[in-house]
Design a protein. Sequence first.
Length: 499
Amino acid sequence: MEIFDNLALGFSVAVTFQNIFYCFIGVLLGTLIGVLPGLGPVPTIAMLLPITFGLPPVSALIMLAGIYYGAQYGGSTTAILINLPGESSSVVTAIDGYQMARKGRAGAALATAALGSFFAGTVATFLLAVFAPPLADLALKFGPPEYFALMVLGLVASVALASGSVFKALAMVVLGILLGLSGQDVYTGTPRFTFDMLELADGIEFVALAMGVFGIGEIVRNLEDEHERTVMVRKVGGLLLSKDDIKRIVGPILRGTFLGSFLGILPGGGAVLSSFAAYSIEKRISKRPQEFGKGAIEAVAAPESANNAGAQTSFIPMLTLGIPSNPVMALMIGALIIQGIVPGPNVVNEQPNLFWGIVVSMWLGNFMLVVLNLPLIGIWVRLLTVPYHILFPLIVGFCCIGVYSVNNNAIDVFAMALFGIVGYVLVKLDCEPAPLLLGFIIGPMLEEYLRRAMLISRGDPTVFFTRPISATMLLLAIVALVVVLMPSVRKKREEAFKE
């Protein structure tokens, strides 16, 4: 019965005027940036981090969470109507969703996406409420060796699940760790990787790095490759699904929800991998595989359910272990640190208002999103006609103001510009920047737990292999790395991601 008491606490926190307002703002912004191609939750949350300074921790996290799962809803709108995914997890939805729109079934496709996302979000939030507290209690028994092994396993998993070359993903993780170690040594206070620059004495500013790599870098890439937006329909009707449609989407929604809920927990998984995996499975088991790519409603239901489930279960490792499973969760950890909250298992026990308030707000947010997406579809269609050359100067200006307001330091603005160039170069080199951000967040914690473990063991490195939990996790990390580096596996993996 304890879970009901906790949910009652969550409702008392989430169902206040202030938190309902910020939840609404979050899901509205999420839908907006999901609808507008070229934006996404990562640069948007990075840009809004400075605004959260003046907000209560619960309100700030509720708003940022709403942006993330709201973007999963909004991304399907552009994918279906103009064949241009507003969010990367909606790439698969565009394949059959756009074909349904061309056949005059845009309303059915949008309704399927909204209902699948709502069901998946509801189930995933329930799983978060059920499994997160016991996982946090288990994590409280971890010592420094276990935490070090867990972070190593998380980084290896992010490499294995990252798209593109394994070696490039490894390089991104290492680069992220090195950037994260810049500043003063935790124990001795000795400057390192500062190049005798006083501005780097406290390390590289997280907001500047995130805004640069994912904000400015993405803007430059979109300017280079701006798509022509041809809206398939100006007015959407036929939102009610037929009995045959409902019969065809029930199975894909259930399977997509289950798959997305599992993959969302894995480092490097989340919404994008979930949607691709769900589409692949449905195509393999479908009785109508010839319809896929030509307007199969199952190919809309499964990916949209999977990406929303994956988005919301990715909060489990972030809130319980303090380990991000994707770049958005890394930004969430940054938001917690900004609010003076130490990420990890203590959040559930020491900040119950925060944890349960976020959980309940997800249910409220999913309901709001159904209301926002279907009745207001005409407004979202009109927004698609806004030229990108009008949007990008506003975004750049907002980035500069936001990053400057963190420390009132102009150096951070120049750092953001530099990392923007770095982000663009990484994309041109086919290097996924997500592992870099994960390495930047986890790197300092990885070092701290490594040094704590070595101090406790008096410098004996075997401490990581004499404790069952840490030994098991390190063994899993080694096996996963060896398997993914095998030539045959690496080739099949790269072919799968390319497809």
